[in-house]
Design a protein around this ligand. Sequence first.
Ligand code: ZN
Ligand code: ZN
Length: 111
Amino acid sequence: MADCPKCPYVGLNLVRTPQGVQVDECPECGGRWFDAGELQAASADPAKLAAALEDGSDSKPSTRACARCGGELRNRPLISRFLRVDYCPRCRGFWVDKNELHLVDKLLKGE
Ligand SMILES: [Zn+2]
Ligand SMILES: [Zn+2]
C-alpha cells in the first residue's frame, strides 16, 4: 500500500477518474498519484505527454518521497509551465496536488 507523499502515514485509496483511469488518491489532501502510463492511457495526446516526461529540463529536487519506491521525487513542469508535478525518475510515476488536478483534466482533453 502506497503512502501519500505529502501526508505522513496516510495511505492512498484507489479511485477511478471520469476518463476511466485508476489512480491513487489521498483521503486527506485529495492529491493523486499517477503510475507510469496511467495518465498517458487517458490522454488526448499520449505521444505529447510521453515526450514532455522525457524532457527533464527545469526539474528541481522535491522535498517529497515517491509513493511507490520511497525514492527522491523531482519537481518539474508537465507540458504546461503552470502545472508542476513531483516526478519519480525511477518509477516514472508522478504526484499531482489537488489544486492542480484541473490542469491535468485540461491536458487529458488536449486543450
Ligand atoms: Zn495527502
Ligand atoms: Zn518511485
